[in-house]
Design a protein. Structure first.
Ligand code: ADP
Length: 275
């Protein structure tokens, strides 16, 4: 009888454990569902805003035969900006969904972050020149590789450079793109001398759709998805991403990636490096 009651106790304990696990799994599913709902309603809201102004302005232009050219040009300018925001938003939402669902394609190779930095700076050079903002590169002569997808890293650096450009002052604007190497990792930083980021916003800057609607930057076509996507990319490669900012004194965004373990093929690098 005792053996029987022991067995019964065991059974009831494992049943309790299973029930608790099921309950926990159920809670997790529910919270995932809630996150999906929140995300969907943010996306819907973000899509609706530009659509509403595109539609309203187009209708105004259609119905008003006497609109003067300057007014028409102004409305067309807004329509184009909003349409551009819409298409960026759709691309970024799809990109983010692909990354989160684990369906993104990653083409990992040994990446030289110097080349990534130079390429991103080259792409942005003209926009910086146009706005009179200085772009200063501070790169070591040679660095070890990181294991990652070069195009994805370029996307991250471009995102940081274009944010920095949007915020750098028109007079005396200056952005520094820095790369440095530690024994275990490589770090890229983009520092601007813009207005910086208020403390309460720093904590949530990497969350989706965190931007101040109505500020100049929002009007300039921001989506609030650039930073969260960038952070996900960096984390995918085992790195981390952060920001430092003293409000009023500019912002510095950075990320680190683990240095790729040197292989026999790296001997030439070491020789050269020590010379
Ligand atoms: P987007 O730039 O498309 O709005 P991001 O995710 O790249 O989206 O940036 C989110 C928000 O973080 C921006 O809208 C802005 O409020 C803030 N931010 C990003 N970079 C800077 C910067 N260099 N200086 C000040 N604020 C910034």
């Amino acid at each position: 009888l005792r053996a029987y009651s022991h067995a019964l106790e065991d059974k009831s304990r494992s049943l309790e454990r299973a029930t608790a696990e099921l309950r926990e799994a159920n809670e997790k599913l529910k919270s995932l569902d809630r996150m999906k709902d929140d995300f969907m309603s943010s996306v819907t809201h973000e899509l609706r805003t530009p659509l509403t102004s595109i539609r309203a302005l187009s209708e105004l232009m259609r119905d008003d035969d006497h609109m003067d050219t300057a007014q028409r040009q102004q409305f067309l300018g807004i329509i184009v900006t909003e349409a551009e925001r819409l298409s960026r938003l759709v691309n970024q939402v799809l990109d983010m969904a692909k990354i989160e669902a684990g369906h993104a394609e990653w083409h990992d190779t040994d990446v030289d972050l110097r080349e990534v930095a130079e390429q991103a700076a080259g792409t942005m050079k003209e926009s910086y020149r146009e706005r009179g903002v200085a772009l200063v590169l501070s790169l070591p002569a040679q660095v070890h590789a990181v294991r990652a997808d070069a195009d994805r890293l370029t996307q991250v650096v471009l995102n940081l450079l274009s944010n920095a450009l949007k915020y750098a002052p028109r007079e005396g604007g200056r952005v520094v793109l820095r790369l440095h190497e530690d024994p275990d990792r490589l770090t890229v930083e983009v520092e601007d001398n813009g207005p910086g980021i208020p403390l309460e916003q720093q904590a949530v800057a990497f969350e989706k759709f965190r931007q101040v609607a109505g500020d100049d930057h929002y009007r300039a076509g921001g989506t609030g998805l650039g930073l969260p996507i960038s952070r996900q990319i960096v984390e995918h490669f085992g790195g981390s991403m952060w920001l430092r900012s003293t409000p009023g004194q500019g912002a510095c965004f950075g990320f680190s990636l683990p240095r790729h373990a040197p292989t026999a093929a790296d001997d030439s690098y070491n020789d050269e490096h020590q010379r």
